[in-house]
Write a protein that binds this ligand. Structure first.
Ligand code: AQP
Length: 322
């Protein structure tokens, strides 16, 4: 079976953050040059957290504009919205019937949310099955994700195996593509950068907001003259992802030598972040001012995705005997 790469991001906020960007999205553009690529605006999943009328639509438009601003093109990538392919819900049900409840309840992301939230909707419990359905509906073989999603891909493999065992080989065993360097991007407080921890830097927040967030990154309390440990510093950790090799080794030396305050290091980090994000931000503004053009790209992507989805569903129903 030839490789097909599938991934997606939830439109669950007005802007994606640096964790989404470095952990997964930046990679999509390189992958579109190497493999057939499908990238999705994962709006059904986002419904587990977005509940204000109209918000999902505007977040989805913003995310689609982000994909295009990053350099995904309609000729190299099938770019589409998850909810335009309703078959994914049908497949979710078939897969759910193969999946033990206990495994879903033990999923780390679900347990985290359950601890944080007073009320947890059942969509959150079913999140990994819907994700498995997304991947298997298109028979994707590779899934670029951040390290936090590894368990969900393992669950996809498991449900694929169970289905194949019971009904005959229908699905591939997809593997996660996780970049070791960008596995988990830390947020302002050093925990995983995440919307729900409110410790994120949004790609399209104003320069002023980004600067003030960078200034808030938690460090130890070492003074300017003291030697500092780059390996345990959140500022340095983010710097690693935006600076050149020369800039990284120069900052590392300054940390070790002493004489450089965290305030200066943070301004240097802000500079390299803006250097990388500025062209993307410009393109994002371009696409955000052309909603019709973006919508047409999503519709054309959905037409292509639907052809694959219908073919898979036919096989699935034949395999089950439904
Ligand atoms: N901190 C991170 N480091 C590396 N990768 C990350 N991803 C998210 N945060 C980090 C990766 O981004 C892709 C899209 O993820 P998503 O749409 O599922 O977003 P998310 O994981 O729900 O983002 P949050 O901010 O963590 O949302 P909440 O707080 O709602 O749970 C995925 O490939 C993910 O690995």
């Amino acid at each position: 079976m030839s490789d097909l790469v599938f991934s997606g991001v939830q439109p669950s906020a007005a802007s994606v953050h640096i964790g989404n960007y470095l952990g997964a999205m930046k990679w999509f553009v390189k992958l579109q040059e190497q493999f057939p690529l499908m990238v999705c605006v994962v709006d059904f999943h986002a419904l587990t957290s977005v509940d204000k009328r109209g918000e999902l639509r505007s977040f989805s438009q913003s995310l689609a504009a982000t994909y295009l601003a990053l350099g995904l093109t309609k000729d190299s990538t099938i770019l589409f919205r998850q909810s335009d392919i309703p078959e994914v819900c049908e497949l979710t049900w078939y897969l759910a019937c193969q999946f033990p409840l206990g495994l879903l309840e033990r999923a780390t992301a679900f347990k985290d949310k359950r601890e944080k939230q007073e009320q947890v909707n059942s969509g959150l419990l079913f999140y990994p099955i819907l994700m498995a359905a997304d991947i298997l509906l298109y028979k994707a073989t590779k899934v670029p994700v951040g390290a936090d999603q590894k368990q969900h891909i393992e669950m996809t493999r498991e449900v694929s195996e169970k289905f194949n065992y019971r009904f005959g080989t229908t699905f591939p065993q997809p593997e996660p593509l996780i970049d070791k360097k960008t596995g988990i991007i830390p947020g302002l407080d050093g925990r995983k950068m995440s919307k729900s921890y409110d410790n994120f830097i949004g790609l399209f927040e104003t320069e002023k907001v980004i600067e003030s967030k960078v200034k808030k990154i938690v460090t130890d309390s070492k003074g300017v003259d003291e030697s500092k440990d780059p390996e345990t510093c959140n500022v340095f950790s983010l710097y690693n992802h935006f600076a050149t090799e020369d800039e990284i080794s120069e900052l590392r030396e300054s940390y070790l030598k002493g004489g450089l305050g965290y305030g200066t290091a943070k301004m240097e980090l802000f500079r390299v972040i803006m250097r990388e994000l500025s062209p993307i931000r410009e393109k994002y503004t371009y696409y955000m001012s052309r909603p019709r053009e973006v919508e047409t790209i999503l519709e054309q992507g959905a037409e292509k995705a639907r052809i694959i989805a219908l073919k898979t569903m036919k096989e699935v129903k034949e395999a089950i005997g439904i």
